[in-house]
Design a protein around this ligand. Sequence first.
Ligand SMILES: CC(C)(COP(=O)(O)OP(=O)(O)OC[C@H]1O[C@@H](n2cnc3c(N)ncnc32)[C@H](O)[C@@H]1OP(=O)(O)O)[C@@H](O)C(=O)NCCC(=O)NCCS
Length: 137
Amino acid sequence: MITYTDSLSGITDQQLKGFFAGWSNPPSPQIHLNVLQNSHAVILALDSDAGKVVGFISAISDGVLSAYIPLLEVLPEYQGRGIGSELVQRMLGQLKGLYMIDLVCDEGLRSFYERLGMRKAFGMMQRNFDRQNGKES
Ligand SMILES: CC(C)(COP(=O)(O)OP(=O)(O)OC[C@H]1O[C@@H](n2cnc3c(N)ncnc32)[C@H](O)[C@@H]1OP(=O)(O)O)[C@@H](O)C(=O)NCCC(=O)NCCS
């Protein structure tokens, strides 16, 4: 059974395996947990039978006007079952008191986000691929 939570209580890095599929230099589960702990809001999808996280979404925010959704992922074997849509809907619900909620995605995902009430915008970005696995401490 898939359950959803906005709490990281009791979540360990051992439950965060298999994410960042296709990334050339993926963050470790420990760095992933760090990312979630430092986010403004997170929602996790859990497979309660397997005892693992199978999807997540995170948001960073000033808590006053704006939020940005940097990460959304569902494990490949759990995709196509509505989990990604549920994560986005729950996060948009959590952030609904804010003025602007932004994210960047590939053109192929446009219809996925439009179905969930988002609109296309123009954006700018920079990517430091040598830091894809996290900032040096
Ligand atoms: C995008 C993602 C989170 C969707 O999760 P999911 O649980 O499969 O989503 P849902 O089951 O709620 O919805 C699936 C719908 O999204 C569409 N979709 C999913 N990934 C897509 C992609 N890369 N390109 C185009 N459409 C996509 C599917 O075609 C499907 O549409 P349908 O209902 O008309 O068949 C998941 O595919 C994923 O983790 N992808 C890799 C990471 C990623 O791209 N994250 C988004 C960063 S902006």
